[in-house]
Write a protein that binds this ligand. Sequence first.
Ligand code: BT5
Length: 279
Amino acid sequence: MSTGIDPTKLRLGLTTKLLGKHIIFFQSVDSTNQYLKRLAEHGVEEGTVVLAETQKKGRGRLNRKWSSPEGGLYFSVLLKPQMQPKDATKLTLVFGLAVAEVLREDFSLPAELKWPNDVLIKGRKICGILVEASMVNNDLRFIVAGIGVNVNLIPTLTFSEAIKDSATSIQNEIGSEVSIEDFFRRVLEKMEFEYNLMLNGKETQVLARWRSLASFLGNSIDFSFCGKRIHGVALDISSQGELAVQLRNGNIVHFAFGEIANLDTLSVEKQKTPSQPRA
Ligand code: BT5
């Protein structure tokens, strides 16, 4: 099977109503998020997707690099929800959940979530989400949600020394290539399903499912925040999608951004009771 993407197959049987209304395909682009943000400034319709076979300047958070060789799925979707800018951060969780659910349902992979934007298989990163919001005077104008998934590639052969051991792919896990077009449609449909639940007041349900796939909750973590590193216990995520961390002195701090620095505390096999939702 070729790893190339056939753009004519991307819409084949797609059941979404909003996401993927228009799909713009590139063999290569700088970054699908960057490209879609430029289109959004020119008034392109909500639901538009930009998808590329490779990205020359794929981006992660804080301007980090997202390695985007052929064999991955790289796309961004434009959304214009009626929500407070602070609520937009929850979309990172919602879309990470969507990818994890498809990996579980379609490939029986033990996909897990790491706050805020990683999907992991046995501690290795298979997907990253980059949600970017455009605001004017504290009003949300639009959201560009970017999804990168390693599909048909072998990390040890494809990626740099820096990430080859901390990354994985669908092919790496199941031992064969899969159709990127089919996988894309499944992810898009699941994203729309979860997004609609969230918009329709069912976010408690969505966040509960997110928690059930987040085995790091309840564990000791090192947490990086504004150049500082703190140690604590990852207690829960709040209804705002923030991470609640209990410090050594017993205080509980809520983080809207930052990241969990150590991956080794994440155990896929660990059985734990999901934490209770917070009000
Ligand atoms: C992310 O950032 O994980 C968000 C990645 C979002 C990528 C999508 S692709 C479509 C759209 N267009 C874009 O330009 N971006 C979005 P962050 O949490 O900052 O993680 C970045 C870190 O992940 C890097 O510093 C590496 O350590 C690691 N990394 C980079 N590429 C990777 C890959 N392909 N697989 C696994 N890990 C990777």
